[in-house]
Design a protein around this ligand. Structure first.
Ligand code: NAD
Length: 420
């Protein structure tokens, strides 16, 4: 079993022990409803074809259709997709949206493909998974390496196969084809709302120092919104470059630059940019108030958790902290706001997008953000009511979020019963 799935399973079993889950429910919730693996050809620009491997895993659909992103990365594997699908089940339950969990991906470095090849790959992969996706069945969304354009291609391919436009089959689409206002920034905005709520009794966001690892959809938007909210973002990093400035980096212009196709390396070359290049590992051990890992999984491990100096870890990525690192952080009195709560803003606005698609309605961005804040704050308060901040040793917010997730899924299973 790969470390990421091991982490997801360990987290589940620990929480299951704590809530006294029956062996039968434990077995059910560690099994996967549908596991789909496909190897498929894609035509390249030079008219040759290459074989790619893709996955779609539906974990549990007791609470509704399954929901989860599609990842394009060279590290995508069946175990990774399973872990991410399981986390989606708990995440949807924690924010209380009527979905189960799923995830998918293709083992590919999208940067090595041309625009046309990415489109060919997306359309063929969509055709491969058509039997298991659908607006009432399983609804993909963007994740690492995919975005609104990918979702538009998926929606179009699915719609062409069915013969009419079905916007509710995927979320995270461009607004012009049934996407929701506010979806693109939803995960970072959700993280910001959770942090504001967390700090509301403790002086708020103003002047807090922050380090953000990862500068894509989640990390870039979070770093921008936190700066706009008054925080001092001292560290940011992407896969190649880590930057530091004691007075705070201008993450608003950095994010604008990255959105136009640049990187942190090329941003640094722009006139007027003030930042020092540091080692990537310095971001995780930064002497700041808040650390936001928002890149990939398993970055906080038994080998570096003792070096974390932030008092709060706000998980933007899925699974950034291994089970061993969790214990070390907890022993050291460091609070971790877990992924299945903190980064649930994306799936929450995906739910709003799905509702809008099914009603052929368009909400305003203000409406979307107000509802997002309401659901994120409710979820935060529910979790903290089960394990108050500062309860180190007795419980963690990750365990509490897992309890809420597991209990809500089990409640749905019990109401529905086992067919036949
Ligand atoms: P993305 O592809 O837009 O960005 C990923 C960023 O991480 C890039 O800046 C990349 O350069 C950087 N990166 C990759 N490896 C790195 C490393 N080793 N060190 C430092 N930086 C590194 O992806 P994203 O959508 O922002 O997703 C990031 C994480 O957030 C993933 O774990 C994803 O599953 C999770 N997530 C995403 C969403 C969403 O709505 N996009 C929602 C919830 C959770």
């Amino acid at each position: 079993m790969e470390p990421v799935l091991e982490t997801a399973m360990k987290q589940f079993h620990r929480a299951a022990d704590q809530v006294g889950l029956s062996d039968q429910h434990r077995e059910l919730l560690t099994s996967f409803k549908t596991i789909y693996r496909t190897q498929f050809p894609v035509e390249m620009d030079d008219e040759t074809f290459r074989i790619f491997e893709g996955y779609r895993v539906l974990h549990n659909n007791a609470r509704g259709p399954t929901k989860g992103g599609i990842r394009y990365s060279p590290h995508v594997s069946m175990d990774e997709v399973k872990a991410l699908a399981m986390w989606m089940t708990w995440k949807c339950a924690v924010v209380n949206v009527p979905f189960g969990g799923a995830k998918g991906g293709v083992t590919v470095d999208p940067a090595t493909l041309s625009h046309n090849e990415r489109q060919n790959l997306t359309r063929r992969f969509t055709a491969e998974i058509i039997p298991i996706i659908g607006p009432d069945q399983d609804i993909p969304a963007p994740d690492m390496g995919t975005g609104p354009e990918t979702m538009a291609w998926m929606m179009d391919t699915y719609s062409m196969m069915k013969g009419y436009t079905i916007p509710g089959v995927v979320t995270g689409k461009p607004v012009a084809v049934g996407g929701s206002e506010g979806r693109f920034e939803a995960t970072g905005r959700g993280l910001t709302y959770v942090l504001e709520e967390h700090l509301s009794m403790d002086g708020g966001l103003q002047g807090r120092t922050v380090a953000v690892q990862g500068f894509g959809n989640v990390g870039g938007v979070t770093a921008k919104l936190l700066r706009q909210g008054g925080a001092t973002v001292q560290y940011i990093s992407d896969v190649d470059t880590a930057l530091y400035h004691p007075a705070g980096l201008d993450t608003v212009t950095a994010w604008a630059h990255v959105q136009q196709g640049g990187s942190l390396k090329t941003w640094l070359e722009q006139p007027g940019v003030e930042a020092d290049v540091v080692d990537g590992a310095d971001v995780l051990s930064a002497d700041v108030d808040v650390l936001v890992p928002a890149a990939v999984e398993s970055v906080l491990t038994e080998y570096n958790a003792d070096k974390v100096r932030a008092r709060l870890v706000l998980e933007g990525a899925n699974g950034p902290t291994t089970a061993e690192a969790d214990e070390i952080l907890n022993d050291r009195g460091i609070t971790v706001i877990p992924d299945i709560l903190a980064n649930a803003g994306g799936v929450t606005v995906s739910y709003f997008e799905w509702v809008q698609a099914r009603q052929y309605m368009q909400w305003s961005e203000e409406q979307v953000n107000a509802e997002l804040r309401r659901l994120m704050v409710n979820a935060y308060r529910t979790v903290v009511s089960r394990c108050p901040i500062g309860s180190h040793g007795d419980c963690t917010q990750r365990e509490a979020a897992q309890w809420v997730g597991i209990e809500r899924v089990v409640e749905a299973i019990e109401h529905r019963g086992i067919y036949p």
